[in-house]
Design a protein around this ligand. Structure first.
Ligand SMILES: [Zn+2]
Length: 501
């Protein structure tokens, strides 16, 4: 196999931003990663670029102008004035200011007040005012829900910090330039570890993500590519990207993530399959906490192989969120750097032009290890498990190794869910079946005219509000225990039940 031409984007300033004290997202991880990449000599195997910085116009390819203007102008100093009125009186989506607001309040309040008076004066036994009953309003502010009504959802998770817009420009510009270089066939693989902020929405930030560089890069790829495949191995569901392309078949999104127990962002159920033209083009692989290398890869490879065969993408975007590693501050999977890297290697070997981006990852030293190792895989270079000397060497104590051992501590949650491994197998099987079903559906669509006579009544389109038809759901119902690989699985479950408290 010929060597891939790899373009690597890094802006030395991107590691200097701070989300704020105590915030788990630390852009500094990018500087530590880059230092390891250099000290391993991996830069010699790639073209290194200081990336273009995206401007507001680039960002508005996906985001709303209002929102980007807000990001451009808001600072930690002026945020108070920005949101003062909105915040002060807590008005917003739930409690908007509308024409005649005061008159409306006068009317419903007057009626309740007069009712009370009439009861006091024994004019009636029961007073009815159906316009009243607005029981959430407080002494100083209206309130329907306790939810944060900050206009743009900025707050603890997505704080306004010094240089926020520059930070967004840098990581977005790098992904956009990566997509351009792929389009122009300047490289086969483009790497931007500062990108991958998959939660950002059109109108607001979400989950530490402000501008969705992935969506913007995919939009660029779509100028040259008929079909783009998005693969997401972050521990969290790639909701922002899925949402952006939910209605189109030009992008297929495939996300592997922890799902359940209100784990952020709460979406990514396997029944989210896309809608309208995009129906069947969103694939979600919900997993339980504690999944290890073996189970993960066992699910990842067949799903991606099936997707490749079925979808035949001409470009791929791979989001490598490192919060799916064992021991992540926010994650709950038990993947090793080798297991995580195995997925990257698998995608690389598909030999399709690929944009590789970062994403989550909150145990800094492991993020740096993981993305350095994955850089080495992408440039086909074997690197030593001994970390080279860098200014950050102390971060990697006590082992100073590229592949840290996964300690017992990291496996606690893994042990708790060993018994649910059969679910994982079930998941892999389900998805193989699911993808096959997709292929059938697509073939059917293409060949519909050949199959059915002119007067054949084509089945009514399913209700778009129902994510999957009953008929489709029925296809997933299998006999119980069918997917238990062998007796061992049941034993594992038994072991769990007998576990010491
Ligand atoms: Zn994440």
């Amino acid at each position: 196999m010929s060597q891939s031409r790899v373009a690597y984007f890094y802006n030395a300033d991107v590691g200097n931003f701070h989300y704020g004290p105590g915030h788990p997202m630390k852009p500094h991880r990018l500087a530590v990663t880059h230092s390891l990449v250099l000290h391993y000599g991996l830069h010699k195997k790639m073209q290194i670029y200081k990336p273009y910085q995206a401007n507001a116009h680039d960002m508005c390819r996906f985001h709303s102008e209002d929102y980007i203007e807000f990001l451009q102008n808001v600072t930690p100093q002026n945020i108070q004035t920005y949101s003062k009125d909105l915040l002060h009186y807590n008005v917003g989506d739930d409690c908007p200011v509308f024409e005649g607001l005061f008159d409306f309040c006068s009317m419903y309040t007057g009626a309740s007040l007069e009712g009370a008076m009439k009861l006091n004066n024994n004019v009636c036994d029961i007073a009815i005012n159906w316009s009243g009953g607005l029981h959430h309003a407080k002494k100083f502010e209206p309130s329907a829900y306790s939810k944060d009504l900050l206009h743009y959802n900025v707050g603890d998770d997505c704080p306004v910090f010094e240089g926020l817009f520059d930070f967004c420009s840098m990581y977005t510009g790098a992904s956009l330039e990566g997509a351009m270089k792929l389009n122009n066939n300047v490289c086969d693989i483009a790497i931007n570890w500062s990108g991958g902020l998959h939660h950002a929405k059109k109108f607001e930030p979400s989950g530490f993500c402000y501008v969705n560089d992935i969506v913007i890069a995919i939009l660029e790829l779509l100028k040259h590519h008929p079909r783009v495949l998005y693969i997401d191995i972050d521990v969290h569901h790639g909701d922002g990207v899925q949402e952006a392309f939910y209605l189109t078949d030009r992008v297929m999104t495939v996300s592997f993530h922890k799902y359940g127990n209100y784990f952020f962002p709460g979406t990514g159920d396997m029944y989210e399959i896309g809608a309208e033209s995009g129906r069947y083009f969103s694939v979600n692989v919900p997993l339980k906490e504690g999944i290890d290398d073996q189970s993960y890869v066992q699910v990842f490879k067949p799903v991606i192989s099936n997707v490749m065969e079925f979808y035949r993408p001409t470009a791929i975007v791979l989001q490598c969120g490192a919060d799916s590693l064992a021991g992540d501050r926010l994650g709950c999977f038990s993947l090793s750097t080798r297991g995580h890297g195995e997925c990257v290697k698998f995608v690389k070997n598909l030999n399709v032009p690929t944009l590789v981006v970062g994403g989550g990852g909150y145990t800094l030293r492991n993020v740096a290890r993981c993305w350095t190792y994955e850089t080495s895989l992408l440039v086909d270079e074997n690197i030593s498990n001994e970390l080279p000397y860098t200014e950050y060497l102390e971060f990697f104590a006590p082992d100073f190794q590229l592949h840290p051992e996964i300690t017992r501590g990291h496996l606690i949650c893994n042990q708790q869910v060993l018994g649910s491994n059969p679910d994982m197998y079930q998941c892999a099987f389900r998805f193989s079946i699911y993808i096959c079903t997709l292929s059938d559906v697509l073939t059917m669509k293409e060949k519909r005219r050949d199959f059915f006579p002119e007067d054949y009544k084509i089945k009514e389109e399913p209700d778009p509000d129902v994510k999957m038809t009953q008929e489709e759901i029925d296809k997933f119902v299998e006999p119980k225990n069918e997917f238990y690989e062998d007796d061992k699985d049941n034993e594992k479950e038994t072991v769990i039940e007998k576990k010491e408290p």
